[in-house]
Every structure is written in C-alpha cells, then in structure tokens.
Design a protein around this ligand. Structure first.
Ligand code: RIB
Ligand code: CA
Length: 311
C-alpha cells in the first residue's frame, strides 16, 4: 500500500528534484502538490511545480496555489540562490497542465477530512505557511496527519539566511511555531543533515550520465543552484536540501537523528526563525520532533539517481 503524501513546496531547484523523486517512487502516492510563496513569489512557485510535474511525465498531478505571503512577516524570497524564475539553469517551456482552482489550503483541509486518522504524511519543502493556516482554520484535521516531514531549521549548522536561522523557518516563524506545537509526529531535515548531502561533481555527472531529459535538467539545475553554496561555504558541492524529505520516506535507514525538543524563536529580530533544538537535552521541555543529524550521502545519491533514471 503506497504511502499517501501531500507535498507543500516553493520550487526552487532542490524542491524540483524532491518532487521528481516522489513522482518516480511507487512507494509514494502524491495526493497533491501545493505551492507556497518562498524561494520566489507564489505565482512562480505554482508555475514551477507544474513544470516539474510535466517534466516527470505526470501532467495529471493535482497542483494548487496556496498562500502568497507568510502569516505575519513580509515575504522574503531567495532569488540570489535560485535565480529570478526560481528554476534558473536550463531553459524551461511554460507549463501546459492546468492549475487547480481550489486554494491549496482548502485542498489540504478537504483531503485530510476525507482520510482516516493517521493516514496522510505532509512533506513540507518550503515555509510552513500553508500547513499552519490549514491547522489553524481546521483543527479537526490535525489528527489525520500521520507524520510531518519537513526540510527546515538547523542546530550545529546554524543559519543560511541569517546568522541564526534557516530560510524556510525564517520566512514564516509564526507558522513554524504552530506546526512544531501541533502534537503530531514531526521529522526534521535540518541544514545539519542536508549539508552532508552535497552535489559533488561525480554525483552531478551521474545525473547527466543518465542521458535522459530528466537527468540533464537535474544536472543543469544543480550547476546553477550550487554556485551560491560553493562560494559561501567553499564546499565541494551544494546541499541538496529538499530531496532528503522524500528519500526519508523511502529509505529512513539512510538517516539518523534524535527525538528532542525543538522550539522556534518568534520574539527577537536578531534570532527570528532560529530552531532552538535541545540536542543535548539540557532542558525538561518535552520532545516534539525527530531532528536528523546524519545521512548516508552515497546511499542517498544512489537512491536518487536510480529513481530519476525511471522517469
Ligand atoms: O534553506 C533551504 C531551504 O530553503 C530549501 O527548502 C530551499 O528550497 C529553500 O526553500
Ligand atoms: Ca524549498
């Protein structure tokens, strides 16, 4: 029985690879893809989500537009990383598949209401605005969520958009606070783990070497996307953040972490969006998340490359 998921996303080259991995994996049933404002404004993330579904050969995937701005904060975008379109790198044709008319948040609410308890996994690859809005407007759906698996936050790696905060959490810290207090099982892929999943040259050449449109597109997205992180961190490649969320659903054994307390800074401008992770358990705050710290990077890239080859 395939695992039912809803992907909430702000494509973003790494989001795009995560969506491709999900659509290529028989263990997963994608109930819908909901775009959120994040890396680039909502109209672009919603367009990019459709581009990716068409690239995967899955134009019947239901794609929705969700919230166009965070709950309280002004929108902060990341064109400096992802380019003006959010999918810079290769030339991309405009999508022809339709956008669903229904608002993405009401899709999340309606879908969860129709499913049994503990049956749908929410995979959050961007700011948590849509999920928090759904939980706030329809608290009855929270029990329907089997698990929330999200890319966001950091502890040892600290911040990538400010000295203290990772981008997804920073953009909408109030939304993150609602999600982390929801009481549902949460699995976090923070920078601590994604920075161990680097797009080194051999790994990018393995994508290109697939000799398929998907392989070539992923390699060209990576060529563009990695320049920011390689320059900033002097690393051998860029962290391939969001596909860690989907890879975890397929091969959780690739990842390791701790079940700890994670709180979100929402009061201070200096540390807004910081995930205050009690990794060393120095407080008696109750554990509310499995916070990943390590990944078998070779295993991750092998899984990813093997699945992309099927598209
Ligand atoms: O900080 C990395 C995260 O922010 C990734 O999800 C990337 O796509 C951006 O949304
Ligand atoms: Ca993202």
């Amino acid at each position: 029985m395939a695992r039912k998921i809803i992907i909430d996303t702000d494509p973003g080259q790494d989001d795009a690879v995560a969506i491709l991995l999900a659509l290529a994996s028989p263990e997963i049933e994608v109930l819908g893809v909901v775009a959120v404002a994040g890396n680039v404004p909502l109209e672009l993330t919603a367009k990019n989500a459709r581009i990716v579904c068409e690239l995967a050969g899955k134009p019947d995937t239901k794609v929705f537009a969700g919230c166009d701005r965070p709950l309280r904060q002004p929108l902060v975008t990341a064109e400096h990383v992802h380019g003006k379109t959010g999918l810079d790198g290769p030339q991309m044709p405009d999508p022809t598949m339709p956008m669903q008319d229904q608002h993405g948040v009401s899709f999340i609410v309606e879908t969860l209401r129709a499913e049994p308890a503990d049956s749908v996994t929410l995979c959050a690859l961007g700011p948590l605005t849509n999920i928090a809005t759904a939980f706030e407007t329809a608290p009855d759906i929270v029990e329907k969520v089997q698990e929330i698996v999200l890319m966001g936050g950091a502890y040892f790696e600290v911040g990538n958009i400010t000295p203290a905060a990772e981008f997804n959490i920073y953009v909408d810290p109030e939304a993150a606070e609602i999600v982390f207090r929801s009481g549902r099982p949460i699995t976090v892929m923070p920078l601590d783990v994604t920075h161990k999943a680097l797009t080194t040259a051999p790994r990018v050449e393995a994508f290109r070497g697939l000799g398929t449109k998907v392989g070539t597109m992923v390699a060209e997205w990576t060529d563009f996307f990695e320049r920011f992180d390689k320059e900033k961190y002097g690393s051998a490649g860029a962290p391939l953040h969001d596909p860690c969320v989907i890879a975890y659903l397929i091969r959780p054994d690739l990842f390791s972490g701790r079940h700890i307390n994670v709180e979100i800074e929402t009061g201070s401008n200096l540390t807004r969006g910081m995930t205050v992770a009690d990794w060393w358990r120095v407080t008696d705050r109750p554990a509310n998340a499995t916070f990943m710290g390590d990944v078998d990077a070779d295993g991750f890239f092998s899984l990813l490359t093997e699945r992309l080859a099927t598209l």
